[in-house]
Design a binder for this molecule. Structure first.
Ligand code: ASP
Length: 340
């Protein structure tokens, strides 16, 4: 039996062609995908594709579009073995993280990929990314998909989506997963790192489509003023603030700062502590400079990426009423997104 893969084009550089006359980049017609990439004909895979009516640059990504993607996946879930989502690289880690929370008990691969250069250009990285992403989405062992989680495939590496961060705007190797090993590496063979791959959900797929975007990110820096911190805490309808702290979760011990944080927590605003560092985790209480935060009721985000902190909060605030429950789940590993 041939594996079936649904390719969803949301936009981004990968799906662009250079117009021969004007030299301008424009999205190509996905109905003629195999004309553009004849290599796809050689696959023993049943490939269907679907394109957004209006492909977007991923900097225009919105929670409503994540909901739309979840609907497409849900509708086609029983018809195909896996999904490949073509997406601009700029916010790909946010989308991969969001989808990981919105798709509970996932049992099939969802592979996001894109490229730094359009597929129609000579030195494109898009062809390899697309071809291998499809191969991974179709890959089975003993009749079962090897991957059953939301991933990003980019430049020969397969990553757990909610562990990734776009760290380079120019290199083909644009993503990193500093706190979790790669799930597979593609060379002559695709070598899967079986011990790092998530087990498939045992229960039926459950989708979540309500996201609450009333959150903010407050990145600390030496010299930050009370005016800036208080302005964040006064934002109308704000439900949670991600505090991007120094090192292993440290912040200033100045009294005005601690008082501001305490005041916010009293107002039922959730404060989630994640580190500004690319790798490593928040350990509140390791230094005196984070003990105060812990005492005030700040929640540790462990080794969460910013992308995961943002989308996990939107998901939890959209799904749960109780602040206590949300705070508990923030400190629970739901989809392999944090190390406990
Ligand atoms: N700005 C583009 C986007 O994210 C870049 C890319 O496609 O990688 O949509």
């Amino acid at each position: 039996m041939k594996s079936k893969v649904l390719l969803i084009y949301t936009g981004g550089t990968i799906g662009m062609m250079q117009d021969a006359k004007s030299g301008q980049l424009k999205p190509f017609d996905f109905k003629h995908l195999t004309n553009q990439i004849p290599e796809l004909n050689k696959f023993d895979i049943d490939l269907t594709s679907l394109s957004f009516n209006k492909p977007i640059d991923s900097s225009d990504m919105q929670p409503a579009i994540w909901t739309e993607l979840v609907k497409i996946i849900e509708t086609n879930y029983n018809k195909v073995d896996g999904f490949v989502i073509l997406h601009g690289s700029d916010t790909m880690s946010f989308t991969a993280s969001a989808l990981s929370f919105m798709l509970e008990n996932l049992g099939k691969p969802i592979i996001l990929t894109g490229s730094q250069l359009p597929i129609g250009t000579i030195r494109t990285d898009g062809k390899e990314n697309l071809i291998t992403a499809i191969e991974i989405a179709a890959a089975k062992e003993k009749g079962k998909s090897i991957i059953s989680e939301v991933c990003i495939y980019f430049e020969y590496k397969l990553y757990r989506g909610n562990r990734t961060h776009k760290y380079n705007a120019e290199h083909f190797n644009a993503f990193q997963s500093a706190n979790y090993p790669v799930l597979a590496e593609a060379g002559v063979y695709i070598k899967y790192n079986y011990s790092a791959i998530k087990k498939p959900g045992v229960r039926k797929l459950k989708t979540h489509s309500v996201l609450n975007p009333n959150i903010a990110i407050l990145k600390l820096f030496p010299g930050i003023t009370p005016g800036v911190v208080n302005a964040f805490l006064e934002i109308k309808n704000i439900k949670a603030i991600i505090l991007e702290t120094f090192g292993s979760g440290n912040a200033s011990t100045q009294q005005w700062f601690i008082d501001a944080i305490k005041k916010a927590i009293k107002k039922d605003i959730i404060i989630l502590n994640i580190t500004q560092c690319n790798a490593g985790a928040v350990v509140q209480g390791k230094y005196a400079t984070s003990s105060e935060l812990k005492k005030a009721g700040v929640i540790s985000g462990s080794d969460s990426t910013t992308e995961t902190a943002v989308t996990k909060l939107m998901f939890l605030l959209g799904s749960y009423e109780s602040k206590k429950e949300i705070e508990k789940l923030l400190q629970t590993d739901l989809r392999g997104e944090i190390t406990l």
